[in-house]
Ligand binder design. Structure first.
Ligand code: ATP
Length: 120
């Protein structure tokens, strides 16, 4: 149990590090909070909440892995190297693809609810 709590603490330190140092992570956290508030207001179904939670987890995880890769690249290759560039660019692409998918799926889920709510 103590080991589990220690590991949880390290994981939370990782989230804190990413939130402190990565502007994109702060944006993703803010967007996740906004989506949760909007979803509560719109009264999403349990199935829709499952999709929303999985998408939020996917985007935040992608950003955390991207941050980890940036840290390792900066540690081992502070000078320009084409492999360092490839590592950072592909990690950033993973975040981009995940976030783009979240926006598309979010629009498919939320737009009909919003139209209903606004009587359109
Ligand atoms: N050591 C390096 N060698 C080659 N290219 C690099 C290196 N470091 C960064 N780059 C290039 O610069 C881009 C931006 O890198 P940077 O480390 O500033 O990341 P970032 O995506 O802007 O994240 P952050 O917001 O944390 O600065 C990378 O995607 C990569 O193309």
């Amino acid at each position: 149990m103590r080991q589990f709590l220690r590991n949880l603490g390290y994981a939370l330190e990782g989230v804190g590090y990413a939130a402190r140092t990565q502007r994109h992570m702060r944006f993703h956290l803010f967007a996740a909070a906004a989506v949760i508030v909007l979803g509560s207001w719109l009264g999403l179904s349990p199935g829709e909440w499952i999709v929303v939670v999985l998408l939020i987890a996917a985007v935040l995880s992608a950003e955390l892995i991207n941050t980890a890769i940036e840290c390792v690249v900066d540690l081992v290759s502070p000078d320009y190297h084409k492999l360092a560039k490839a590592a950072k660019d592909t990690a950033a692409a993973a975040v981009l693809i995940t976030a783009a998918a979240a926006v598309v799926v979010g629009a498919i889920l939320f737009i009909p609810h919003l139209m209903d709510k606004l009587g359109l």
